[in-house]
Design a protein around this ligand. Structure first.
Ligand code: NAD
Length: 240
C-alpha cells in the first residue's frame, strides 16, 4: 500500500484521482481548503491545508509521513483560475493565482521530495494545463503558472533522478466544477466543437493518466509533460 498525497482532492480532477488511487488500495491523503462532499471519497483522509501556505504544507507532509510513512506519490493538483484581461489584472488576484498554482506545487513537491530522497524513492506529479503551452486570452497569470509547472517538473527530475521521478499531466478541457462555473450552455457546445474528440474529458480520464505515471510501468518516464486533451493542441487552432 502506497501513501499518496493529492492536493485539491475535494473536487474535480483531484477527487477522481484520489478515488482512483484509493480503489487500487493506496492510502490517500487529500490536502484541500474545504472537505469533500459527504458521499465522495470516503476512503480518502482530508487535511485542511492552503497549499499556498508552505508552513502548513510542510506540517501536513510531516504528519502524513509520521502517520502512514512515505509519501510515495504526490499529486500537486490544487489550482484556481480567474478570468480577467491583462488590463483588468489586480496585483492581489495575480499573486493569489501564482501562490496557489505555482508556489503551491513547488512547496508541496519540495517538502515531499525531502522525504522521498531520505526514503529512497517516490514520484512527484502535478496538474499543469495545455494553457501553459500556448496563448489563451484572459488567463495570463494562470497560463504562466502552468508553463512554470512544466519547468518545475524538468528541474526536479534533473536534480532528483534516479531516486525520485517528476512528471505532470496537462489536461485540455475537463468537465469539472471549475470549468462548469465559467460556461453557459452555448459556450460548452462551442468548446466541444473545437476539440477533435468532440467533448470534454471526464475527470476519471485525467486520473487514469496520473495512476499510470505513478506506477512502475512509467519507471523510465521523468521530467516530462503528458498532454491529455482529446487532440485540442494537435492542430493549429485552439478551443478557447
Ligand atoms: P475544481 O475547482 O473542481 O477543484 C479544485 C480543488 O482545489 C477544490 O477542491 C478546491 O477547494 C481546491 N483548492 C483551491 N485552492 C486551494 C488551495 N489554496 N489549497 C488547497 N486546495 C485548494 O478544479 P479542477 O477543474 O478539478 O482543477 C484541478 C486542477 O486541474 C487545477 O490545477 C486546474 O488548473 C487544472 N486543470 C483543470 C482543467 C479543467 O478543464 N477543469 C484543465 C486543465 C487543468
Amino acid at each position: 500500500m502506497r501513501t499518496v498525497i493529492v492536493s485539491g482532492a475535494s473536487s474535480g480532477i483531484g477527487l477522481a484521482t484520489a478515488e482512483r488511487f484509493a480503489e487500487a488500495g493506496d492510502l490517500v491523503v487529500n490536502l484541500d481548503l474545504v472537505p469533500p462532499a459527504p458521499a465522495a471519497a470516503r476512503t480518502v483522509q482530508w487535511k485542511k491545508v492552503d497549499v499556498a501556505d508552505w508552513a502548513a504544507v510542510r506540517s501536513a507532509v510531516a504528519e502524513t509521513a509520521a502517520e502512514h510513512g512515505g509519501p510515495d506519490v504526490v499529486v500537486a493538483n490544487a489550482g484556481i483560475s480567474v478570468r480577467h484581461g491583462v488590463l483588468e489584472l489586480t496585483e492581489a488576484d495575480a499573486r493569489r493565482v501564482v501562490d496557489v498554482n505555482l508556489l503551491g506545487v513547488l512547496g508541496l513537491w519540495r517538502y515531499a521530495a525531502e522525504r522521498m530522497m531520505a526514503n529512497g524513492g517516490g514520484v512527484l506529479l502535478a496538474t499543469a494545463s495545455v494553457n501553459g503551452a500556448r496563448g489563451y486570452p484572459f488567463y495570463a497569470d494562470y497560463n504562466a503558472t502552468k508553463a512554470g509547472i512544466v519547468a518545475l517538473c524538468q528541474t526536479f527530475a534533473l536534480e532528483l533522478s534516479p531516486v525520485v521521478r517528476a512528471a505532470c499531466v496537462s489536461p485540455g478541457a475537463v468537465l469539472t466544477p471549475m470549468q462548469q462555473a465559467e460556461y453557459s450552455e452555448e459556450m460548452l457546445e462551442e468548446v466541444n466543437r473545437a476539440i477533435p474528440a468532440g467533448r470534454h474529458a471526464d475527470p476519471t480520464e485525467i486520473a487514469e493518466a496520473f495512476f499510470f505515471l505513478a506506477s512502475d510501468r512509467a519507471a523510465f518516464l521523468t521530467g516530462q509533460e503528458l498532454v491529455v486533451d482529446g487532440g485540442e493542441t494537435a492542430g493549429a487552432t485552439t478551443a478557447i
